[in-house]
Design a protein around this ligand. Structure first.
Ligand code: SAM
Length: 436
């Protein structure tokens, strides 16, 4: 095993570990992330080789890069000594390669003169290869952590690392610019932030040739994010207008914009609670953002008053039963989010393959959240409960994995007894009173 240094981005630190763990698991790589601290962007991990490092970093959104660790220290002298002590023939191995130096400063940085002096101080590496600023064979990176926030005053780093760059992340290769909602052609009020949609797909282990289903597609934010990782995507939504878009600006045109049309399977108008997929239709992964019922109350197909509706079944228009005509508009009835989430778990438990993942977002009020509000199904193990906190409420990314028949969890839904049906009311009242 060798030491590698991971440098994280300063975004959603509480999601980092789940993302990397999932990427490692997806590639069948063992990695111990137990030393990860949300307060530090640096983490040393042990991996077998560069190939493993490349695999876990390539798709990462919350990391910046991974480096083969050559040395570390609290001062430049200590860093030099550590690099020399850990040589083990490495200097010789890269002696003829073209190279350049790079600098990463956390909470501080060096000016060009200091950088030049630093590079000079590593002459003992005795590299004979040419210096190449564009596409060198190797990039040697000096990573430094400074103590103070004020960049002007941060002149002395408190910790330094020297590493050979192995892989920069998807983030550093501009995945966020590419999927930014500001430049996406078809968006709506429900479009989901690109960064977290991509992270969701990483934690859900979306991958090439995997069928990814979003049952609440909306404008298709999760579908395009999944297609970025090669997922074959299919979506459904109760609202035909949102799926259709406007003219030729729609979900499909977004796939075209991103060059992932081959990953688009289809979208269909369907009430999730009356799911019409064939029982043997294969789904690997489910990712979604269910309707919270905040903008408008949650509704599903069905009649409020069953008796009255049954009476209307005999209405005939132009010789055709009204409810069988193409222009028939389904009646809708109110529904509880807790029931919808139950339906989602039940559907996932019956349709996902063993080890298939379900990842969805759920809103919770911060002042009366209790862990038992997280719905559970006996065949699904809850892997992650990751919170994105706003002022008075949060949304949580809940990630489950389907287990085999030896696994026996519990089926429960604390939302039913609890506050979630009041979430909408409380949201509009600014969470001023507690739910009963
Ligand atoms: C929070 S939005 C999801 C938005 C989506 N992630 C996007 O990128 O635009 C929830 C979606 O669920 C849909 N929806 C509401 N009730 C539904 C139901 N019973 N079955 C299927 N979709 C439903 C709404 O039309 C809405 O588009």
């Amino acid at each position: 095993m060798k030491d590698y240094l991971i440098y994280f981005a300063q975004a959603y630190p509480n999601f980092r570990r789940a993302e990397l763990e999932s990427l490692a698991h997806y590639h069948g790589i063992n990695i111990d992330l137990s030393h990860h601290s949300e307060t530090s962007p640096f983490l040393i991990v042990q991996l077998e080789n560069d190939e493993q490092a490349r695999k876990i970093m390539e798709r990462s959104v919350l990391s910046r890069g991974i480096y083969e660790l050559w040395g570390q220290g609290n001062t430049l002298e200590e860093l030099h000594q550590s690099v020399k002590d850990n040589d083990n023939g490495k200097f010789e191995l890269y002696n003829k390669s073209s190279f350049k130096f790079d600098f990463i400063g956390y909470m501080g940085r060096r000016n060009n003169k200091q950088k030049f002096e630093m590079i000079e101080s590593f002459q003992f590496l005795a590299f004979e290869g040419p210096i190449r600023m564009k596409n060198p064979d190797e990039v040697y990176t000096i990573l430094e952590e400074y103590e103070v926030m004020d960049r002007e005053k941060a002149t002395t780093p408190i910790k330094m690392w020297f590493g050979r760059e192995i892989q920069l992340s998807a983030r550093c290769n501009n995945v966020l610019d590419k999927y930014d909602l500001k430049s996406r052609k078809y968006i709506g009020t429900t479009s989901f932030d690109a960064e977290l949609a991509l992270v969701t797909c990483n934690i859900a282990e979306v991958g090439p040739k995997k069928i990814v289903y979003d049952p609440f597609t909306g404008t298709g934010s999760f579908l395009v994010a999944a297609s970025n990782y090669g997922g074959l995507t299919i979506g459904s939504d109760i609202d035909v207008r949102i799926l259709r878009g406007k003219g030729d600006v729609n979900i499909k045109s977004n796939f075209k914009q991103y060059g992932t049309t081959t990953e688009f399977l289809d979208i269909l108008t369907m009430d999730f609670t009356n799911n019409a997929f064939r029982q043997d239709f294969f789904i690997d992964t489910i990712v979604c953002d269910p309707p919270y019922g905040v903008r408008e109350g949650l509704k599903v197909c069905g009649a409020k008053n069953e008796e009255k509706a049954a009476g209307r079944e005999n209405v005939v228009i132009n010789g055709e039963k009204a409810h069988l005509r193409r222009d028939f508009i389904q009646p809708k009835k109110p529904y509880e989010l807790s029931n919808l989430l139950d339906d989602l778990l039940k559907f996932s438990a019956s349709r996902l393959p063993v080890n298939g993942r379900l990842a969805f977002w759920m809103p919770t009020a911060n002042d009366d959240f209790e862990i038992n509000q997280i719905p559970q199904h006996e065949n699904l193990e809850l892997l992650y409960n990751l919170e994105q906190e706003f002022n008075k409420w949060s949304r949580r990314l809940l990630v489950y994995v389907k287990r085999d028949e030896d696994y026996k969890g519990v089926t429960k839904n604390g939302l039913k007894e609890n506050n979630i049906k009041n979430f909408r009311d409380r949201y509009f009242r600014g969470f001023s009173e507690k739910s009963k």
